[in-house]
Design a protein around this ligand. Structure first.
Ligand code: GRF
Length: 201
């Protein structure tokens, strides 16, 4: 059974989606801790509700990004973590961090990558006039939102969509997609060929 660390920065609704599927037995993994780079966020309460220990590791408390990431790597190694899930973790992980960890890191992003990487993806999808939106779970590489795609889900845009309605409709799909990707990756049911992630059924 894999040891998975979940990183958050906020509300933690994707974290809760994973924890629910784990409680129901759909995903079998151990989650030794949830790490937030921000104190007092709702997601930390979500973790505690499910009895998961938490760490708050804030970049501002360290002299440099290097020291901040060294502390996170120390915690990952202490808990023997096999995989990191970024569930609304709103900070960049350096190339050095990704290489030093050396195992799978996956992220959920609220657009159909490679369209609209980075911040405010839902608003940018709407403002662009796209007819479809969605979400993507991908492996994390040094390029922001640029690693191989694991799963995507698509929804249509409606003429009366606002940033809020679109964000909520995408989020509902995120809550299905991220746990599914966690299940696939934690069961080692995939192969990466070039940029293509082939999922074994
Ligand atoms: C989600 O929309 C996710 O795609 C993005 O940040 C948001 C996090 O929401 N990366 P939550 O903290 O999981 O509720």
């Amino acid at each position: 059974m894999k040891n998975i660390a979940v990183f958050i920065s906020g509300r933690g609704s994707n974290l809760e989606a994973i924890l629910k599927k784990r409680s129901s037995g759909y995903i079998e993994c151990s989650i030794p801790f949830v790490l937030s780079n921000k104190a007092d966020v709702l997601g930390l309460q979500v973790a505690r509700k499910y009895g998961i220990p938490t760490y708050v590791i804030d970049l501002k408390s360290f002299p440099s990004r290097k020291d901040f990431e060294a502390e996170i790597l120390r915690i990952l190694s202490f808990h023997n973590i096999d995989m990191i899930v970024l569930a609304g973790y709103m900070a960049i992980l350096s190339k050095n961090f990704i290489e030093s960890f050396g195992k799978a890191i996956i992220n959920i992003h609220p657009s159909l990558l490679p369209s609209f990487p980075g911040l405010n993806a839902q608003k940018r999808t709407l403002d662009y006039g796209s007819k479809f939106a969605g979400c993507t779970v991908h492996f994390v590489s040094a390029e922001v939102d640029g690693g191989p795609v694991i799963l995507q889900d698509v929804i249509p845009l409606f003429d009366d969509d606002t940033e809020e309605t679109l964000t909520m409709r995408i989020l509902e799909r995120e809550h299905l997609l991220l746990p599914e990707a966690v299940k696939i990756i934690s069961e080692d049911r995939f192969q990466v060929i070039g940029r293509r992630v082939i999922i074994e059924k």
